[in-house]
Design a binder for this molecule. Structure first.
Ligand code: HEM
Length: 412
């Protein structure tokens, strides 16, 4: 039966009755978020650098970033699994932290309703920063998950929204973490002593201990981790990635049986254009333009490289054996014998982002960077970019252009 004295408004301290709430519970969750969200922020910024956005407008989905791009650097090609690791950590950790974020918000929910909304100017400013913190956290997590789960549904582009959102959220996060650190340290040292308005004045009977509640949150995180992380591996492990629709689907079997995001049909590739008779690779550079049929490409020296495909959405494959012509040998065909420059690559793809992409000179020069014609000993399948695709060590998946039609070296 309902207690007739029970406060009806969430702004009243007695309204919130869980005996679990209190500074210790909030502090422990805060500490986990401090570590986890810092890693998310760094791996997120690194992922943006991996696109080499300064190289060409086609690589840059956040062109107005201004000084927020101060940290950008030329993306390396070593170790060849760098993007795979970075993006696997970013997406898997982001999904794993969801229960911790929800528990943290639950632990402080009485404060969100506290009245008066501001007691002083300083308090008003802190409340505004909390708006950015809570709003920013929800925005980052929701946009990230939607981007992985769906073909993006938000208005505008995911990239700038998630990039600017990260800066706003992280600024509020740093301010909050600094302001609360003394509380966190006090509570971890003396878990039983501190009491404040997060502790309910009329607590209900406990149904679980505080430690039990933390195990519950940790269990939720573990479950999400276990149903996501498999998207970074092949074989039976990939089938455990129940929450990863792009990375987790069955990629088929055989040499071409590994993950893709975009099929040839989705990209609008017309089989008549990629056939032996019709397709030509157009390569332009210092000394002019050459047009190569597939059989002419096959007469050039062919090399192999074991490289993964790693997607911004967090899935990746293990190393596949690619075989094709070195990018630096193609540069040499058009006048760059010892000094391969940047290259601009265009696909036969009809529409969509990244049908054009630029690669930096260090990526072209790497002997493992190929215009691949074969994978795992077989011709590329249509969905993997037949007749020819780019594969570059440590580059994000979308820069490994499929169905390549034209390559322009130098003068980007
Ligand atoms: C996604 C990140 C986070 C969100 C959304 C968040 C949200 C909040 C909110 C809304 C409050 C109540 C503020 C008030 O009115 O006083 C709060 C309190 C608090 N937070 Fe966070 N927080 C986050 C991360 C952190 C981190 C990283 C730490 C650790 C340094 C932390 C430690 C605390 C502490 C100690 C309190 C106060 C508990 C008390 O006063 O007894 N939080 N948090």
């Amino acid at each position: 039966m309902r207690d007739p004295d029970a406060p009806r408004l969430p702004s009243s301290p007695g309204f919130w009755r869980s005996p679990l709430r209190g500074p210790w519970f909030t502090s422990v969750l805060g500490l986990v978020l401090l570590v986890g969200i810092t890693v998310l922020f760094v791996t997120g910024l690194v992922s943006y650098a991996a696109y080499n956005p300064g190289l060409s407008p086609v690589n840059d989905k956040t062109p107005g970033k201004g000084i927020l791009g101060f940290y950008l650097f030329a993306w390396p090609t070593d170790p060849h699994w760098l993007y795979r690791l970075n993006q696997g950590v970013h997406v898997t950790l982001g999904i794993t932290l969801i229960p911790v974020l929800l528990a943290k918000l639950w632990s402080v929910v009485p404060r969100l309703f506290a009245l008066p909304p501001a007691r002083s100017l300083a308090h008003a400013l802190e409340r505004i920063s909390l708006l950015l913190l809570v709003g920013g956290a929800l925005f980052q997590f929701v946009t990230g998950v939607l981007n992985v789960q769906l073909d993006y549904v938000f208005p505008g582009s995911f990239y700038p929204l998630h990039f600017y959102g990260a800066w706003v959220f992280f600024a509020a996060f740093v301010a909050h973490a600094l302001l609360r650190m003394p509380t966190v340290l006090r509570n971890l040292r003396h878990p039983r002593e501190e009491r404040n308005d997060l502790v309910s004045p009329r607590p209900a009977e406990p149904t679980v201990s505080r430690r039990g509640a933390l195990w519950f949150v940790g269990g939720g995180s573990l479950l999400l981790f276990a149903t996501t992380v498999g998207q970074n591996f092949d074989g039976p492990l990939r089938r455990t990635a129940l929450l990863a629709p792009h990375g987790g689907g069955d990629p088929g079997s055989g040499p071409n049986g590994f993950q893709i995001n975009k099929t040839a049909a989705y990209a609008g590739i017309d089989a008549a254009e990629t056939g032996e008779g019709a397709w030509r690779l157009v390569v332009t550079g210092r000394t002019g333009t050459v047009r190569l049929r597939r059989d002419e490409l096959l007469r050039l020296p062919l090399y192999s490289a074991a490289l993964p495909i790693a997607c911004v959405e967090g899935w990746s494959t293990s190393d596949q054996w690619w075989r094709g012509v070195r990018l630096r040998d193609l540069a040499a065909l058009v006048g760059y014998d010892d000094d391969p420059p940047d290259v601009f690559v265009e696909s036969l793809q009809r529409s969509g982002a990244f049908r054009k992409a630029a690669l930096r000179a260090n990526q072209v020069a790497d002997p493992r960077s190929l215009l691949a014609l074969y994978v795992n000993g077989e011709e590329l399948s249509p969905d993997h970019g037949h007749p020819a695709r780019i594969i570059v060590p440590a580059a994000p998946g979308v820069l490994n252009t499929k169905w390549v039609a034209r390559m322009t070296f130098g003068d980007l």
